[in-house]
Design a protein around this ligand. Structure first.
Ligand code: NDP
Length: 247
């Protein structure tokens, strides 16, 4: 079974990488279930997908609330009668030097980028364990494999999900459950992500980089589709995606 008819839950689906992935997967025949906080954006994207002949629903979801993730996964099963993939993609990137002590933003990143992924994993794991199959795809970042000044806490959350995903992969192999994992490490992708940066110096540095080299989120959507499209015995589990022009 490839992408067609797979039920795919996507967090952070109201813009950027999540939106692009939802649209591409739906156009390939997946049944997509969109979660994020902005209802109006989710409604518009869902309408677009349906107008183009795809199947999609959405639920307003805050990934910091375990019950929201549980409800999103439940909606997928109620509406589409199954659950094949969760794409843990919601995230924010308010970068700043550690010395600026933006501790509220540190906590927010831990809550969304790390605990949000844990909440997604917890929501699907009972079903995946029972059916002995499923796929967990998570958006980390190049800041999850390399250390960048300004990305101390952002990178910490992204390193953390990398470890989490690798452990899920190895435990699944040991337990014989066929649960596959894929971790994505994108570099500069032009989305709304920079709007989460409050530190003006960090923001202007990022704006310069992104306007010089950034690529569109479709690049990541194609990788997500590739990972889902593999046969069950094949786990393509790590992808680093750079713009060709980014050093
Ligand atoms: P966007 O800002 O366009 O998308 C972020 C998405 O996350 C939005 O849909 C937003 O929706 C959602 N989100 C944020 N907080 C929450 C929350 N508490 N609950 C539910 N959804 C939430 O940026 P990207 O598409 O770029 O970001 C997607 C992922 O890619 C993130 O994890 C980011 O860290 C990662 N990434 C991005 C890179 C880039 O260069 N763009 C590079 C490397 C990694 P809403 O506000 O409606 O809730």
């Amino acid at each position: 079974m490839t992408i067609k008819n797979k039920v795919v839950v996507i967090t952070g689906a109201s813009s950027g990488i999540g939106e692009a992935s939802a649209k591409l997967l739906a156009s390939s025949g997946a049944k997509v279930v969109l979660g994020a906080r902005r209802a109006a954006r989710l409604q518009t994207i869902t309408d677009d997908i349906k107008r183009n002949g795809g199947q999609a629903i959405y639920r307003v979801t805050d990934v910091t609330h375990p019950n929201d993730l549980a409800a999103l996964v439940d909606a997928a099963q109620q509406e589409f009668g199954g659950l094949d993939v969760i794409f843990n993609n919601a995230g924010i990137m308010p970068t700043s030097p550690i010395s600026a002590l933006k501790t509220d933003e540190w906590n927010e990143m831990v809550d969304i980028n790390l605990k949000g992924v844990l909440n997604g994993v917890a929501a699907v794991m009972p079903t995946f364990t029972k059916q002995k199959s499923g796929q967990i795809i998570t958006t980390s970042s190049v800041a999850g494999i390399k250390s960048f000044p300004g990305a101390g806490v952002y990178g910490a959350t992204k390193f953390a999900v990398r470890n989490l995903m690798e452990v899920i992969r190895t435990e699944s192999a040991q337990e014989g459950t066929n649960i596959r994992t894929a971790t994505l490490y994108p570099a500069a992708i032009n989305t709304e992500l920079l709007s989460t940066i409050s530190d003006q110096q960090a923001l202007s540095g990022m704006q310069q980089l992104y306007s010089a080299v950034g690529i569109t989120p479709d690049a990541i959507a194609r990788v997500v589709a590739f990972a889902i499209d593999q046969p069950v015995e094949v786990n393509v589990n790590e992808f680093t995606i750079y713009p060709t022009k980014q050093a």
